[in-house]
Design a protein around this ligand. Sequence first.
Ligand SMILES: Cc1ncc(COP(=O)(O)O)c(C=O)c1O
Length: 413
Amino acid sequence: MAQSKPRPLPHPERLGFSSLAVHAGERLPGFDTKPVTTPIYSSVAFEAPSAEALDAVFGGTAPGYCYTRHGNPTLEALEETITRLEKAAGAIVFSSGMAAIHAVLLTAGMKSGERMVSSQDIYGATQALFRDVMTPLGVETTYAPATDTEAFERAVAAVRPRVVFVETISNPLLRVVDLPAIARIARQAGASLIVDSTFASPVLVTPLESGAEFVVHSTTKYLNGHGDVTGGIVVCAGADSLPMLRQVSKLVGGILGPFEAYLTLRGIKTLPLRMKRQCESARQIAGRLQGHAAIERVYYPGLDSHPDHAVAARLLRDGLAGAVVSFVLRGAGKVEVFRFMDALRLCCVGTTVGDLYSQLLYPAISSHRALSPEERHRLGIGDGLVRLSVGIEDPEDLIEDVEQALAAFAART
Ligand SMILES: Cc1ncc(COP(=O)(O)O)c(C=O)c1O
């Protein structure tokens, strides 16, 4: 956007104290220099060189900004960055990953009488959104196993949905979906494929290239990566989806704050470095934990013991297989898992993934707490399963920490 110069202050020597307090500092003429990094444009409103120019911006016939909920330069810088990284036509940021998922469902046309087929391995809150928000609005969701392509195809053929929803890498069992196969199934049924690619980030895969119509991220996770911003984004394959997505953003109003956008932009600059380091450390940790006497099973798509190892090797770039490792403590229930968690010294016990801090989560009391033990077991989430989001610390230090906590756990079982 061309920067419009502020109106000069009229006769400042005659203005009163309050007028000066409000306006004096805002009316400097500025310089024709561009800051190297995008500033935090915290302003709610933007001026234009003339009323006519402002009218054109409001009317959408000229580019520019008028009101932050409609568009803001810091937010747009973040949107442009992720659009490029995802090889997309455009993107719009939201105040959280959940707000982004809600917005993409509306943009993809979910309304009363419409149907959706979703992978059964998706984030618990997303399932709750489908059940508690979308179902009462008349949207019907059918779950099917997206890692069983034939079963998924049968479900899509039977339901004939408007939307197919999957996660690239699921939580906490790290199932990896064959995105080109799912995109083909969605396309044949005339459905839009929405991919939540939060656990992969655009470093590992760009789902639009596999045929998805929309990608969503909780930017709270790898994209920001520093554990200090909650945010989300919807990325579109086609520019024709953008006006509706912008309309949802403007009218439902779950926009990202400019400060959060600035932090996320800053975080993304090191995304490829962090992601590579975290994935490599995760592989090292998974390899060391596999075969440990106190561990019953390790889930990591980079290990050939993982059911989706071949899909991960085909889909994810540069041999990287994600930065989360899940494992089952041998013979453990809640008491023993708590003992292990309390013995960790370097790894944080926390509920998020993707940060540069390593964090351990116990799904049974957090992400999958709302499910009964039977439902959890049906999904393969036993009482001894924990999830480690691997950060950028030295992998040897992380291994030593997990091993000493395992020793504390094993000593008393
Ligand atoms: C895969 C996935 N999608 C969406 C979300 C929701 O993101 P947020 O917490 O930013 O709303 C999460 C949160 O953990 C997630 O793991």
